[in-house]
Write a protein that binds this ligand. Structure first.
Ligand code: DQA
Length: 144
């Protein structure tokens, strides 16, 4: 089984981008840390795009290829009905992750379209949030 870890715009710069907010670790570090906690038989695939349509296409592909999705939609969290609609076509568990505590930031970051679909939401744990979300999906998959 595969867990898809999807990342939205500007997260290709994770580690370089506003490190005082998002930390100094990169998406490669996220991948290594999440893979390290997966039990045998569960693999992860990490993707990142700056383009909304690409993220939607990956969610559609995940309908066939992934058992669960961890998603940090980045700025699309606050704008994208289309990503919400795509996630509503996916039947497995979905956990939404934000590296920063969006509720402590500007009010436009307080609303998430994706939370209407997410089975869980994590904010403010830094990149540990991805690890916690991956662990949660592993638990949900194991409990069938
Ligand atoms: C973010 C929070 C969003 O508001 C922001 O646009 C991001 C990253 C986070 O991980 O904290 O790009 O999703």
């Amino acid at each position: 089984q595969t867990i898809l870890i999807l990342n939205g715009p500007n997260l290709n710069l994770l580690g370089k981008r506003q490190p005082e907010i998002y930390g100094s670790e990169t998406l490669a570090d996220v991948e290594a840390r999440c893979r390290a906690i997966c039990p045998a038989g569960i693999d992860i695939e990490v993707q990142q795009s700056n383009h909304e349509g690409q993220i939607i296409d990956w969610i559609h592909a995940a309908r066939e290829s992934a058992a669960g999705i961890v998603i940090n939609p980045a700025a699309f969290t606050h704008t994208s009905v289309a990503i919400l609609d795509a996630l509503n076509t996916f039947e497995g568990p979905v956990i939404e992750v934000h590296i920063s505590n969006v509720h402590k930031r500007e009010s436009f970051r307080h609303h998430s379209y994706v939370s209407l679909r997410a089975d869980g939401v994590i904010a403010g744990l830094g990149i540990e949030g991805y690890v916690a979300a991956t662990r949660r999906i592993c638990t949900l998959l194991a409990s069938g």
